[in-house]
Design a protein around this ligand. Sequence first.
Ligand code: ANZ
Ligand code: ZN
Length: 845
Amino acid sequence: MKKYTPQKIEKKWQRFWEKQKLHETADRPAFAKSPAGKNFMMLAEFPYTSGNLHMGHWFTYSVADMYARYLRMNGYNVMFPIGFDAFGLPAENAAIKHGSTPQKWTTQNIKNMTKQLKTIGAAFDWSRVVDTSDPDYYKWTQWIFLKLYEKGLAYRGSTTVNWCPKDKTVLANEQVVEGKCDRCDTPVEQRELTQWMFKITAFADSLIDDLEGLDWPETTKIAQKNWIGRSEGTIAEFPIINSQLSISDQLPKLETGNWKLETAVEVFTTRADTMFGATYVVLAPEHPLVEKLKKQITNNKEAEEYIDQTKRKSELQRMTEVKDKTGVELKGISAINPINKKPISVWIADYVLAHYGTGAVMAVPAHDQRDYDFAKKFNLPIKQVVLNDEEFIGQANQEEGVLINSDRFDGMPSEEARKKITEQLKAEGLGRAEKTYRLHDWILSRQRYWGAPIPMINCPACALRDPSGQGYQPVPEEDLPVKLPKLDDFLPVEGGKSPLARAEKWLKVKCPKCGSKDADRDTDTMDTFVDSSWYFVRYTDPHNDDKLADKEKISKWLPVPMYIGGREHNTMHLLYARFITKALNSLGHVEFSEPFISRRNHGVIMGPDGKRMSKSRGNVVDPDGEVAAYGADIVRMNFAFLGPFDQDYAWNPDGLAGIQRFLNRVWNFVSRYSDNQLSIIDNQLIHRVLNRAIKEVGDQIKHHKFNTGVSSLMKLLNELDGQTLQGETLKKISKSQYEVLLKLLAPFAPHIAEELWIETLSHETSIHLESWPEYDEALLQDEMVTIVVQVNGKVRDSIIVKRGLIEAEVKELVLANEKIKKHLEGREIKKLIHIPDKLVNIVVP
Ligand code: ANZ
Ligand code: ZN
């Protein structure tokens, strides 16, 4: 008998499958009724071209492959695509480090990673590979930009960014520590930068509301909702008056009830019910009204100093430094509370953010903690207007309740009062109901080299003629792709300019609108999240030169029925892909408005020390070594066996040996098969055991319980191997019963299953073209069970009987059993305890 040597067989079958084009998926007609023929894209997040496959890739792809193979065996026309998320900083930084270019580095890595991915033995369709840094791909990334631009969904806008004046670069919020650049300790400034943006906020509502229909992890849905941060409330206008003049002089329309004034502060509040308790108004220091009211404000200098000071804080800091509130009263002006028409003071303070709501709040110190802290510090009036069971000492009472001190709204519950107060404001032209969102538009400009150029041209001649001074013109569609020029020096430029500004030849271009020769290409590249927001669409038609993808092909494959990926993409990637889908849908390019019907998150494989694997920690385990030592099947099955798919695991090589023992046993078991010893009739007992296993293993894969799927296979082998089938000889296993065992194993360990199928059971075609075996529902019902037989509490034997026997039937069988008879020695039975389908205990004196 040959020994099981995975290294000898795995390459052979990988080549065999490739030659047979076994995993190249044809486009079947859409909307097939039965699973047979139904297209199914099994999507797993494509890798960054980071250089090497790590344990996490193996975990994700091998387990996703089991699911893909199972579906295929159940008649689905499965596409299991793979590609490379190749643009972006990692490639750029690695190229800098290794003295290479991003192009060379990426090409090399894709080659290397392809080789590694093939060792998994997954059913990837290599004919559909996409590479986001390939001009054939990013042509369509640019096309999407243009389509969104045409509809106003891509625009130039200015935003505040964290800016390090020394490094001359934009910093993410996480890179600002205590107001300083985390690299050089220089105080960070806030800067307005004009960049390209996608109007993701236009879809804010549907991005929340459509989550309901998705089969996604609840945690992912919650993460998206929080990220979008919809809050429903009221916009109220607080008219501004000169505090040195009498109110009636300034509000001549007092009698007519028309309070609308030219200058008013708009505030956003979710608690309009507390409006009678608004005792002052606070503007964000950046609020444009501060500049506008300069003439009336009597302490401008003080205000300006404070505004300067604010610029040095990041938004994150302003939100988190809660305790010590700072601010400046704007003297010389007052605001009118629109609900009771009383004048209140106006302040600027950095706890109010410029880019949330309207950038101004009505402060209700009795019921909002931030306002309370501020009021305490500056001695401002605190007026309770909501009554409830909560204590109200030393802090704000933020709960809802019943209104007090609120005129005709007294006694009204908060919720009703919000509606009624908003209605009154609206009737007086002083407010309206409004939703706001935490979500900002998506800034997609990057001042880096390794990305898809933004297909826009800036023409100074056109700018002169344009009333808004805007000279940007879209690159005509037929000129796409705007290829990324080769640059020797691709390093980031100081001063926030893109390295592409150095590509002088590339830069100069004729204006597509007016023909001026003075125009420049946009030198920014797109955020790599744009590249990955539509790659699944390209899989349906990866070689199409004329279109993003053929519409019919899109409708055959999409939306994606199952998407597997990491929790780190709960917000950004998944949100961006949903947005691009909704945008393409609204423009008529795709017929669906959600890209991913089901989403499952995979866990993370940590280092042996339980910490995230990283080179600096030195706890990286390289899968290549494990594969060389054990073979792919064992590594795959070990991942499946770890436990639930969505949990994190510390890497522990001990499991591999257990799986190795199991596959060795499968090998030896099936190798005992030989033509001349086979029985013609299937053994009924074995038939039952297999029947149950078919259902069990199938259900487990279907529900992504790959670990219990492996244990069911182990149990099955134990049963087959005669542990429980006492007295049944192996000779009685028929060929078709061996086949069932291999088919159940095939999704988990495709190489060994193929080897035994073709070489031992002498089949001519691949096991991976076989169907999942069918099971007999009726047979599940009267399936056999093993009953343990005890005498005086000691196990003496076990018997295999039909499930569901009653006590009398079991008793008869037990008493007829020779072994048990011996133990009873003719004594009289005092008592018999029967646990149906499990155990009998006979008590004798
Ligand atoms: C008055 C009030 C009274 C408020 C009360 C709360 C409680 P969410 O739910 O997160 O949307 N707010 C509005 N704009 C702000 C800004 N630019 N910077 C800082 N705070 C701002 O929060 C909405 C609430 O946050 C609003 O409702 C406002 O304070 C504050 F008892 O208005 B509230
Ligand atoms: Zn022009």
